[in-house]
Ligand binder design. Structure first.
Ligand SMILES: Nc1ncnc2c1ncn2[C@@H]1O[C@H](COP(=O)(O)OP(=O)(O)O)[C@@H](O)[C@H]1O
Ligand SMILES: [Mg+2]
Length: 243
């Protein structure tokens, strides 16, 4: 469960996120959409405790992120768009290292199925320099899932993946949600969000301009048509691109 109340993030005097409230329940996948610079990454970084929020309350799996950051962070995983890996650790060593940081005892029965799910089992003894961008992303995701988080934040997780990789990632996200995870996913691949998300939230210049189930948001931006897809909703809601 993710509970956010009146989140704000300022960089100096610039307000990147303003008065944002949202709830994501177990089993739900919230699609965070908005033009470049809308505040998606700032929001996700605040929710994951990577940067401090300027104002607002964030609860992760029942733990207040400000008051009890260790418990909150144990329950969550954050997947940045640019995976950061250790140049001199192999794929397998990455998983062993992350297991130690998170205190996961006997991690191999968890790590091996993750390597297989993300199709990097045959690369287990290779270094990041020997992996493609998509494989690095898959390794970062396998590492993030090792401590079995119940709250997940994905910032553009599909960039750099091939079409099959995108489909597999989509299925991985859906299966985590079915298992009870609460997930927020930012992406510009709107057709894909339509397949993965139960809810969407549209941000523009740091402000929420619409949220709800896909059907609710589509109904709000329909002009009498029967079905409006998310791309059309996005364009109508945000007035095209900015910056
Ligand atoms: N570290 C930072 N310092 C100052 N401004 C920032 C910083 N990070 C992001 N911003 C600004 O905050 C706004 C939102 O950025 P970001 O959250 O990255 O948006 P998005 O992920 O939706 O593209 C942008 O105007 C961006 O320039
Ligand atoms: Mg971003």
């Amino acid at each position: 469960m993710i509970e956010v109340s009146q989140l704000a993030k300022n960089y100096g005097t610039f307000a990147a996120v303003k008065d944002l409230s949202l709830t994501v329940r177990p089993g739900e996948v919230l699609g965070l959409v908005g033009p470049n610079g809308a505040g998606k990454t700032s929001t996700l970084r605040c929710l994951a405790g990577i940067i401090p929020a300027t104002r607002g309350q964030i609860r992760i799996a029942g733990h207040d992120l400000a008051a009890d950051p260790v418990a909150a962070k144990r329950a969550l995983a954050f997947f940045p768009d640019e995976p950061r890996l250790f140049d001199y650790l192999t794929v397998r060593q990455h998983l062993a290292f992350v297991a130690r940081i998170y205190g996961v005892p006997d991690h191999e029965p968890i790590a091996q199925p993750l390597l297989e799910e993300f199709e990097i089992a045959d690369k287990a003894d290779q270094l990041p320099g020997e992996l493609s961008r998509g494989m690095k992303q898959k390794l970062a995701i396998a590492c993030g899932l090792l401590h079995q988080p119940t709250v997940m934040f994905f910032d553009e997780p599909l960039t750099g993946l091939d079409p099959l990789g995108i489909r597999r990632m989509k299925n991985s996200i859906i299966s985590r949600a079915r298992a009870g995870a609460a997930i927020v996913l930012s992406s510009h691949l709107l057709h894909l969000l339509e397949e993965v998300c139960t809810h969407v939230l549209i941000l523009k210049r740091g402000e929420k301009i619409a949220d709800g189930t896909l059907a609710e948001v589509a109904a709000r931006f329909s002009q009498g048509e029967a079905a409006v897809n998310l791309e059309e909703v996005f364009i109508r809601a945000t007035g095209g691109t900015e910056h």
